[in-house]
Design a protein around this ligand. Structure first.
Ligand SMILES: [Zn+2]
Length: 249
């Protein structure tokens, strides 16, 4: 946000530099720049805080050897300036799964934690010496890891199976690594069906995590069947999807 804000301030500097036909630009030109190039003069001592911030950006333009690389179709591009200030970065493979996903922010956050293996599963808590039972509370047949809980566990795999069947995908559920790899491929496709699958993925991870928490902390006070949980997830996805996605509900 700081970098984006600086890039946006650079656009104000550009407006002053190219003497845009705006009242505030004319005012600055009349009182401070007086027809000179703003990047060639220092900030006036009596200028306001806001104007000082604009003047400070002239160093960025000087170090970039002028405006040319930031001008697109005759106008200053904040995006180009942002890319210049940000520098090169590696694009993470899961960005499409989370960034273009219409699922609830909570479900996206829990999915992000799951992708980075940062959820406090029983397997991790056992490793830290917090608990002494690492088995999955939903099936009691395997250690509770992210890979098992989503969607290798017999209970949670039922939900993901229902999702795949609901969207007419001809495949069975795998463990979290396999399903994440599949959903990453799916995220590259623009079709509404794949966008709905993205939403289902995040909402399923979140719902299963909440259900698991309920089992552990409330002794499963809310007895919910896999079919009921699937209906709840489907309702949440349907509430948040766009018009062209409604045909899947
Ligand atoms: Zn299990």
């Amino acid at each position: 946000m700081l970098i984006w804000n600086k890039a946006a301030v650079c656009k104000l500097l550009w407006a002053i530099s190219c003497k845009k036909d705006k009242l505030w630009v004319k005012w600055i030109d009349a009182y401070y720049t007086k027809g000179r190039d703003i990047t060639s003069i220092s900030c006036p001592a009596n200028s306001s805080w806001a104007l000082r911030k604009i003047f400070e950006c002239s160093q960025i333009i000087i170090s970039a050897s002028g405006w040319d690389r930031f001008i697109k179709k005759g106008s200053f591009s904040i995006k180009e300036m942002y890319k210049h200030l940000h520098g090169d970065f590696v694009k993470v493979p899961w960005s499409r799964v989370l960034c273009q996903n219409l699922a609830s922010p909570r479900s996206l956050f829990i999915s992000w934690l799951a992708m980075h293996n940062r959820l406090p599963t029983r397997a991790r808590l056992t490793m830290w010496g917090v608990v002494d039972n690492s088995s999955c509370c939903l099936c009691n047949t395997a250690p509770e890891t992210v890979g098992h809980l989503f969607f290798e566990c017999a209970w949670s795999s039922q939900i993901w199976t229902m999702v795949l069947a609901h969207l007419h995908f001809q495949r069975g559920p795998g463990n979290f690594t396999n399903e994440l790899a599949w959903i990453m491929k799916s995220a590259k496709k623009k079709a509404a069906k794949h966008q709905v699958a993205l939403m289902f993925f995040a909402e399923c991870v979140y719902a299963i995590w909440l259900h698991r928490n309920d089992h552990i902390f409330n002794q499963g006070s809310k007895t919910v069947s896999a079919a009921q949980l699937f209906r709840d997830i489907r309702f949440k996805v349907a509430c948040r999807c766009r018009e062209e996605m409604r045909k899947f509900f």
